[in-house]
Design a protein around this ligand. Structure first.
Ligand code: NAP
Length: 259
């Protein structure tokens, strides 16, 4: 399917690996020029070169921590006004409700709520003036079904979801859509980190922890970054112009709900 976005420009945050990279690759395949970001410069430049070679699009790599004001300023300065914004950052660490203090919550909200909000605030005026824009926030299935050990994520992402719900409906008349993409478990470094945590906590092997988790997913497997990226690219396409303020779950059926 022609997504109708060839020649547009996208800023994809936290995109040297994992789900962000999957989104960047799918947008590049649709002919979109990219600004990529991650903290580690080597993996980021390797991904940038991979996408230039594979798709012939222009790729600018900006090594910076997207969750810090300085890092964000560096990325926004390099990006300029873009047509498509995909927000993403690393997820907060797992833990137990009684152990988190104010600083833990502030850090989680900075990374997974206030950073995407600041990025949207920076890009929305130009998108609205241009009469076209697409924003996809990578959040988590934990927004729909809480993951107990990821209480910091549950909390911060709920705040972002509330902001998007109201804001998406204020900007839609200008041709700008904002939606969230909610990953269930996907085969990335993050999943390996989470499975390692379960293995340690339950004194089982990492493979056992992985098999145990797969058994809870109706699809009986983890999602791939490629599948995730393709859905993101569709949400950024011309075809998705009537999708406004939605929370799209990609989880192999793991959340057991009728709607
Ligand atoms: P990942 O495989 O660990 O990749 C994270 C990417 O983000 C890397 O490129 C990393 O590069 C970059 N990054 C992390 N923190 C950053 C920061 N502060 N500034 C800039 N770049 C940063 O993670 P993932 O699985 O793709 O997960 C992406 C998001 O989806 C996370 O928020 C995660 O919590 C959420 N999620 C994932 C899953 C899953 O199953 N994978 C499920 C639910 C939710 P550097 O380390 O070099 O910066």
């Amino acid at each position: 399917m022609d997504l109708g976005i060839k020649g547009k420009t996208a800023l994809v945050c936290a995109s040297s690996k994992g789900l962000g990279k999957g989104c960047a690759a799918a947008l590049a395949a649709a002919g979109v020029d990219l600004i990529l970001n991650a903290r580690g410069a080597d993996a980021l430049e390797a991904t940038a070169q991979e996408l230039r070679d594979a798709h012939g699009v222009k790729v600018t790599a900006v090594a910076a921590d997207i969750t810090s004001p300085e890092g964000r300023a560096k990325v926004l300065d390099a990006a300029g006004q873009v047509d498509i914004l995909v927000t993403n950052a690393g997820g907060p660490p797992p833990g137990l409700w009684k152990d988190w203090g104010r600083d833990d919550f502030i850090n989680a909200m900075d990374a997974n709520m206030l950073t995407p909000i600041a990025l949207m605030q920076a890009m929305l005026p130009g998108m609205m003036e241009n009469g076209w824009g697409r924003i996809v926030n990578i959040t988590s299935g934990s927004v729909k079904a809480p993951i107990p050990q990821l209480g910091l994520s549950n909390t911060a992402r709920a705040g972002l979801t509330g902001f998007v719900a109201g804001t998406a409906r204020q900007v839609a008349e200008k041709g700008v859509t904002i939606n969230n993409l909610l990953p269930g478990i996907h085969a990335t470094d993050r999943a390996v980190m989470l499975d390692n945590g379960v293995a340690k906590a339950q004194d089982i092997s990492v493979d056992q922890a992985t098999q145990q988790r797969k058994a809870t997913i109706p699809a009986r497997r983890y999602g791939t970054a490629e599948e995730f990226g393709s859905t993101c690219a569709f949400m950024c396409s011309q075809h998705a112009g009537f999708m406004v303020g939605q929370n799209i779950v990609l989880d192999g059926g793991a959340i057991n709900a009728t709607i």
